[in-house]
Design a protein around this ligand. Structure first.
Ligand code: APR
Length: 320
């Protein structure tokens, strides 16, 4: 069987990390696309030179031509500008709409059968724009945020309770912004829900509340520390997990920005919800039951996403 093809649109911090992970895991041959051709070619060559040491078999290519993504099985999009300190994800809107339009055209023309994972921020709006422009089925265009947000939540909880990160499962719902909804009821340690763990004295309600807030601010915390750019290791790892779920038909249940058509009371928006990912892309949307309070918080988050999508339509009338 021929090797799969993984195209990475954007060869910056996340794109480079994605290329490294995809090659090391031997997911397939890797194409790194960037408007700065030297960056794409340089990273691809640097990684190819690590192959004899690491012992992976993958062809790595850097390019600035969309033709090179032809026939890609998976495309992961990070093209655009990242946040600088003091910038919100929304400040990125105008520039990144233009970028999504170029990327969407390239995908439509050369890789209409791919599974497309968008990471570019503001995520929930950018994945909406990207799907509109590329025209691929909604099930094949998805946004990466929930896996990352819940990984952050899981890490903070594991650290606070001194248990393995592996035993903490978590769901974060809603948009990938300050209004995201980390759900404590659906978050467990080895199946024990957080409210029970509070009763058992494993963690105080105060600490749990602090961790919920720290999760919401997780991206900004890294932006503040780095001082120049935004997180890239955990975002790349999270997108690779989604790519693997598709490539190996794993039927993983993962929180992703998926297109809703009435579920959770939301229509024609991409919002973070649990989904099943297999070889058909987003195969199912898992409509979990929310309490009134959770639904209220979710609705607030949906409003924020809706505001961004409306802003996109205003900036670019062709999206309306
Ligand atoms: N087409 C292709 N590549 C582009 C384009 C374009 N029109 N515009 C910019 N790029 C490239 C840049 O040249 C850069 O190499 O996208 C890359 C972005 O990389 P970084 O600036 O290092 O950003 P990164 O940290 O990888 O984040 C990318 O993901 O999490 C989000 O907010 C983040 O939107 C940002 C994206």
């Amino acid at each position: 069987m021929a090797r799969r093809k993984i195209a990475l649109i954007g060869g910056g911090n996340i794109g480079g990390t994605l290329a490294h992970l995809a090659a090391m895991k031997q997911l397939g041959d890797v194409v790194v696309f960037d408007i700065v051709e030297g960056v794409a070619k340089g990273k691809a060559l640097d990684l190819a030179e690590s192959a004899p040491v690491d012992g992976f078999n993958a062809v790595l290519k850097g390019t600035k031509y969309y033709k090179d993504i032809e026939g890609a099985d998976v495309i992961i999009v990070t093209a655009g500008i990242p946040r600088k300190p003091g910038m919100s994800r929304d400040d990125l809107l105008e520039t990144n709409i233009k970028v999504m339009k170029q990327v969407g055209d390239g995908i439509r023309q050369y890789a209409p059968d791919a599974f497309v994972i968008c990471i570019t921020n503001p995520l929930d709006a950018m994945v909406w724009v990207l799907q509109k422009v590329c025209g691929l089925p909604h099930a094949k265009v998805v946004g990466m945020a929930g896996v990352l947000d819940s990984a952050r939540f899981r890490f903070f909880l594991a650290e606070a309770m001194n248990v393995s990160v592996e035993d903490v499962t978590a769901f974060v719902l809603g948009g990938h912004g300050d209004t995201m909804v980390p759900s404590t009821r659906y978050t467990t340690v080895a199946g024990i829900p957080m409210p029970d763990l509070v009763k058992m004295g494993w963690i105080s309600q105060d600490k749990l509340d602090q961790i919920v807030q720290r999760t919401r601010d997780g991206g900004a915390e890294i932006v503040g520390l780095l001082g120049n750019g935004s997180a890239f290791y955990a975002p790349a790892t999270s997108a690779i997990q989604m790519a693997e779920a598709y490539l190996f038909d794993e039927k993983r249940v993962l929180p992703c920005a998926a297109h809703l058509t009435g579920q959770f009371g939301v229509d024609d928006l991409y919002v973070g919800v649990p989904v099943v990912i297999g070889d058909q892309g987003v195969e199912r949307i898992v409509e979990i039951e929310l309490t009134d309070e959770e639904q209220g918080n979710f609705n607030k988050s949906v409003e924020a996403v809706k505001g961004l999508v409306d802003a996109c339509k205003k900036i670019d009338s062709s999206l309306g």
